[in-house]
Design a protein around this ligand. Structure first.
Ligand code: ATP
Length: 361
C-alpha cells in the first residue's frame, strides 16, 4: 500500500477543512486555505513543481510560525513505495515531524491529499484503516509508557483493536521477542524499573504488536549511547529486511547513508531533494548551505579530492570509501597516488614496483 502525497501543504493555524475527501480537481490551491490573520500577500501559492520549489524564486507562503502565519509544509508531492527504507532529513523546524504525522492521518493536509493505496485518508474510515497499518514511533517514545506492567503496555494496542486474549497474548510475546526482550523476565515488571534503552524497546514492541506494514520513526536513536544506538539501528534494519516499509527521520547523515534506499530532504517546509543517498549527497555544497552535512566518509572523499587524490565514483559511505582506498593503495585504480606525502607513492614503496612484499616474519 503506497502512501502518496499530492501537493500537500499544512498550516498549524489555518482553520480545519470542513469537507474531507475532495476529488483532485476540487482541491483548493494553497492560497485558498489561509491561516488565521494572513493577508493575500502572505499566502501566495507555492511554486507548481514541488521538487524545484526550493530552488525557484517563485513566491510561496511564509514558513515558520511568526505571529500565527505559518505553513509548516508547502506543496509536498512524493510517494512512499512499499518495502522501501525512506530517510527524512532537514534542519530543525523544516517540517519533518509534521510530514510524518500525515502518513497515518494523525493530521490532515490544509490543502492537497494523502492517498493510502489510492484512497484519500481525509475520509474517517480510510484514516482508521491507515492507522492500523502505519505504526508511528515518536521521539522519546519511552515517555509515553503508562501501564503498571510491561505486558499491559504492549497489550494496549491489540486490546484496543478488540482482539481476544489469546491473540493479544501471542502478539505481546511476538513483539517483545522482535525487540530482543525476554518475555518471562520482563512481562510483569513496571516499565519504569527498566533502563532507558529497554524502555524504548518496550515502546517499540507496543507499536509492533499492532502488526503494522509501515513503521514511521521520528529520530528513533536520539539520546541513546553509542552501543544502544547501534543495537537499535540493527533492529530497525532487521525489521525492514523482514518486510516492513520504514520511514526514519534523522539528523545523522551517516545513518541515513547507511540504511536508506532514498532520502527526502526538507527545507523550510519545501521538498528540497529526493533521491538515493548517492544522488542526495552529491549535492554537498547545497546541503551545507541549508545547514546539513554529508556523511563523514563523503566528507573525507571530498577532502581527498580537494587534495588531488581522486577516487572513482561518488562515494558516500564508509564501506565504499574503504574499498576505494584499498583499491587505490594496491594500485588497482591505475595511476598510483601518494597517500603519505613522502614523494614516493605508497603503492610503489609497498609493492617494490608492482610485486607484493612478503609479510614480515
Ligand atoms: N503544534 C504546533 N503549533 C504551531 N506551530 C507548530 C506546531 N508544531 C510545529 N510547528 C511549527 O511548524 C514548523 C515545522 O515543525 P516540525 O516540528 O514539523 O519541524 P521538524 O523538522 O520536525 O523540527 P525538529 O527537527 O526540531 O524536530 C516549525 O516552524 C514549527 O515551529
Amino acid at each position: 500500500m503506497p502512501i502518496a502525497f499530492e501537493q500537500v501543504s499544512y498550516s498549524y493555524s489555518a482553520p480545519a477543512k470542513k469537507k474531507r475527501g475532495k476529488k483532485a480537481a476540487e482541491i483548493p490551491a494553497v492560497g485558498d486555505a489561509p491561516a488565521l490573520g494572513q493577508t493575500d500577500a502572505d499566502i501566495a501559492p507555492c511554486a507548481a513543481d514541488a521538487t524545484n520549489a526550493a530552488a525557484s524564486n517563485a513566491p510561496r507562503p511564509l514558513w515558520g510560525n511568526p505571529e500565527g502565519k505559518t505553513w509548516a509544509l508547502c506543496n509536498i508531492t512524493f510517494t512512499l513505495e512499499d518495502g522501501e527504507f525512506l530517510g527524512i532529513a532537514g534542519h530543525t523546524g523544516s517540517g519533518k515531524s509534521t510530514l510524518i504525522q500525515h502518513m497515518n492521518g494523525l493530521i490532515h493536509p490544509t490543502s492537497g491529499r494523502v492517498l493510502v493505496d489510492g484512497v484519500d485518508i481525509a475520509d474517517k474510515k480510510a484514516a482508521a484503516a491507515a492507522r492500523s497499518n502505519v505504526g508511528v514511533v515518536f521521539q522519546y517514545p519511552e515517555h509515553q509508557l503508562f501501564a503498571a506492567t510491561v505486558y499491559d503496555d504492549v497489550a494496549f494496542g491489540p486490546r484496543n483493536m478488540g482482539l481476544g486474549s489469546d491473540e493479544v497474548d501471542a502478539r505481546v510475546r511476538e513483539s517483545l521477542a522482535q525487540v530482543s526482550l525476554d518475555f518471562d523476565d520482563i512481562c510483569d515488571k513496571s516499565p519504569f524499573e527498566l533502563s532507558g534503552g529497554q524502555q524504548r524497546r518496550v515502546a517499540f514492541a507496543g507499536v509492533l504488536a499492532m502488526r503494522p506494514t509501515k513503521l514511521i520513526l521520528d529520530e528513533p536513536v536520539a539520546g541513546l549511547d553509542p552501543a544502544a544506538r547501534n543495537d537499535f539501528l540493527k533492529l530497525i534494519s532487521e525489521l525492514h529486511e523482514g518486510g516492513l516499509t520504514v520511514v526514519m527521520v534523522s539528523h545523522t547523515m551517516d545513518d541515513l547513508a547507511r540504511y536508506c534506499d532514498r532520502i527526502l530532504v526538507l527545507k523550510e517546509g519545501l521538498l528540497f531533494a529526493l533521491g538515493t543517498p548517492e544522488e542526495v549527497f552529491s549535492r554537498a555544497s547545497e546541503l551545507r548551505e541549508i545547514g546539513l552535512g554529508v556523511p563523514s566518509a563523503q566528507k573525507l572523499a571530498n577532502d581527498l579530492k580537494d587534495a588531488g587524490i581522486g577516487l572513482n565514483g561518488r562515494l558516500y559511505d564508509t564501506a565504499s570509501l574503504a574499498d576505494a582506498l584499498a583499491a587505490l593503495y594496491r594500485g588497482a585504480e591505475g595511476k598510483p597516488v601518494s597517500l603519505d606525502g613522502e614523494g614516493e607513492t605508497r603503492t610503489a614503496a609497498r609493492t617494490g614496483g608492482g610485486k607484493e612484499e612478503p609479510c614480515p616474519k
